[in-house]
Design a protein around this ligand. Structure first.
Ligand SMILES: [Zn+2]
Length: 100
């Protein structure tokens, strides 16, 4: 779980947008046995929850939809255990357009 986060996160200044299809392809490349149909429905659920206004259940911060897919939980990036100093996150492009 954690190494997936560290692979798709990087070092930079801004939140990086990723499309749902790019994300699914990335996960499929990292985990060849992943169930794509199940992954797609987790992605859709995470995006729907984010757009419906779910927040981090721990600190009430902004829910991180990409992380919510990975952990199947409603948490922000910091409560998910990422270093507070991480300089950027990836987030779904549809989320960035509608929420930020
Ligand atoms: Zn939080």
């Amino acid at each position: 779980m954690i190494n997936i986060i560290s692979i798709i996160l990087g070092r930079g200044k801004h939140i990086k947008a990723i499309s749902v299809e790019e994300y699914i392809q990335l996960r499929a490349k990292l985990e060849p046995n992943i169930n794509i149909a199940r992954l797609r429905s987790s992605v859709q659920k995470a995006i729907r929850d984010k757009l419906e206004g779910y927040r981090c259940r721990h600190c009430r911060g902004e829910l991180w939809a990409v992380g919510a897919v990975i952990t199947e939980d409603h948490l922000c990036d910091e409560c998910m255990g990422l270093e507070p100093g991480s300089e950027y996150d990836v987030e779904f492009d549809v989320v960035l357009e509608k929420v930020y």
